[in-house]
Write a protein that binds this ligand. Structure first.
Ligand code: ZN
Ligand code: ZN
Ligand code: ZN
Length: 161
């Protein structure tokens, strides 16, 4: 026997589990959303958060699971680093706005995890963005901005600027 929609009585061969046909289901969903705007907002926020978490996990795992500079593996510290200007350009919208993380990761996945991107922790990403180098890199090339902040390390050269 073909199941029928409990709302409109039409036959709905697509699902036995859902008591409503696709059309009535859609209508009920829309009705619920308009009647429960706060709950709907909260649900879609949670949904987005979950999707972001899953995408980020997948991204980090695809690129080795840790910061490629210092080895930090705490996922909350890890970020996407674009290694080339071309790579960065691919993750900006035509109007120059930066793409959100979820969309960026989805695009990276679709492109087969290209190598113009890597994983960096916040610290290494910040340092590289700020100075062009990370203190973890060759210290001879790292510009000294905060003299004395790394007492255990000796920076060659003089302190300028
Ligand atoms: Zn129906
Ligand atoms: Zn790092
Ligand atoms: Zn580093």
């Amino acid at each position: 026997m073909i199941p029928t929609c409990t709302q409109c009585g039409k036959e709905k061969p697509e699902s036995r589990v859902d008591p409503y046909c696709a059309e009535c289901r859609r209508a009920r969903n829309i009705k619920w959303r308009t009647e429960n705007p706060e709950k709907h907002l909260e649900m879609s926020r949670r949904h987005k958060r979950d999707a972001q978490t899953r995408a980020k996990l997948e991204f980090v795992q695809a690129y080795g699971g840790k910061c490629t500079c210092c080895g930090e593996s705490e996922i909350h510290f890890l970020t996407i680093e674009h290694l080339t200007p071309e790579g960065l350009a691919l993750h900006k919208w035509p109007n120059g706005k930066r793409m959100d993380t979820l969309t960026t990761i989805r695009r990276l996945k679709k492109a087969g995890w290209p190598d113009y991107v890597t994983v960096l922790c916040m610290n290494c990403n910040y340092a590289k963005g700020m100075f062009g180098f990370c203190p973890h890199d060759d210290l001879g090339t790292f510009p000294i901005r905060f003299p004395g902040s790394f007492p255990e390390r000796r920076y060659p050269g003089t302190m300028e600027g």
